[in-house]
Design a protein around this ligand. Structure first.
Ligand code: SF4
Length: 344
């Protein structure tokens, strides 16, 4: 029988386990300490629990870490790791070193339901939600774990479509009994799901990144089917009602498609709809995917677009493209082949 995994459980989930097993009241905190601060990988290593308690715990539980099954390295130093999840599925995780910063880009689902037409993950469809164990295992079992400074939920899947597991991960990452990270080291990216964006904003203090890609309804609907039920206007209304006066940052991701969303009309409309929101726009160069007719504008046009937005008072940056040669860059993650049983 498969044992239940302790890694990925919050303190509030560990407490009833220890109570049920007749362990002392402080045992849950001790276990959290071993899992998230002392970084052990087996119950046997939890040496401040009595031998008997470790045996009782081991009957039904295990720590539950699993190493990546393969990796690839880009010429720019970015690495992509393949993890097995949901018994027989695979997901990808990117490690992006950059001078003082070392960022992990984690996946929250195997595949994705959102179907954005510029994204390889969207094309592979949805295979399942990851558990908090499977999400945080990407972080803990990363060979470069000790070097990590930042985490972005921008890998495979829509994090807010798996909000209960996402919130558990954020709690473990930012609690004093967990990793104790500042929430400002973590960014959650979303297409803007109305049903859970408020919950995320209320229950966490992590940064929010909303995938915008067009300020016009019709155009965005063609790029991102989610616009049919979650319009940008509704999402912006939710954001406007939130207090972003803390260190929390709100940014809008904008992939530039040549001749589609890169015109002066778009700049004007972006400035209009974002008026009054303290935010930044992050421009992303489009990375070509098979079968797509989209093209990226040249770097000169990308810089001009950025400067035009800056001139209108919207802080705009260009996100460096990383890991394109190993399909680790934005929009390129896919495990379609591995999920079909052709693991490379
Ligand atoms: S861009 Fe994000 S939300 Fe859209 S299909 Fe890809 S993984 Fe899903």
């Amino acid at each position: 029988m498969q044992k239940e995994k302790l890694y990925g459980k919050t303190l509030n989930e560990l407490i009833p386990i220890t109570k049920r097993l007749g362990m002392p009241g402080f045992a849950a905190r001790q276990i959290a300490d071993w899992l998230y601060k002392k970084e052990i990988s087996s119950i046997e290593e939890m040496t401040n629990l009595s031998k008997k308690m470790r045996e009782i715990l081991s009957n039904d539980y295990e720590v539950g870490l699993s190493a990546p099954v393969s990796s690839a390295e880009s010429s720019d130093g970015t690495k992509k790791y393949l993890y097995k999840v949901l018994n027989d599925k695979y997901i990808e995780t990117a490690y992006i070193p950059d001078e003082e910063r070392a960022t992990i880009c984690v996946s929250s689902q195997a595949g994705c339901k959102m179907g954005c037409i510029f994204c390889m993950t969207g094309k592979q469809g949805f295979q399942g939600d990851l558990s908090s164990n499977e999400i945080l295992n990407q972080f803990r079992s990363l060979p470069e774990f000790q070097k990590l400074t930042n985490m972005v939920f921008m890998g495979m899947g829509e994090p807010l479509d798996n909000i209960s597991e996402l919130l558990k991960c954020l709690e473990i990452l930012t609690s004093d009994w967990g990793y104790g990270w500042s929430p400002t080291r973590i960014t959650v990216s979303t297409v803007g799901l109305k049903s859970s964006i408020s919950e995320f904003l209320e229950k966490s203090r992590c940064h929010l990144a909303v995938s915008l890609h067009s300020p016009f309804d019709d155009e965005r609907r063609k790029l991102m089917p989610v616009q049919r039920t979650n319009s940008v206007k509704d999402v912006l209304d939710i954001i406007r009602n939130f207090d972003f006066s803390s260190q929390r940052r709100i940014s809008f991701e904008y992939i530039l498609f040549k001749g589609i969303n890169d015109t002066p009309k778009h700049i004007k409309e972006l400035a209009r709809i974002l008026n009054g929101i303290k935010c930044r726009i992050n421009i992303i160069r489009f990375h070509h995917i098979p079968g797509s007719e989209f093209m990226s504008p040249g770097m000169k046009e990308i810089i001009e677009f950025k400067e035009a937005l800056n001139a209108r008072g919207i802080l705009t940056t260009i996100r460096a493209s990383r890991g394109e040669d190993i399909q680790a860059a934005c929009g390129l993650l896919s495990t379609l082949e591995q999920n079909k049983g052709k693991q490379s």
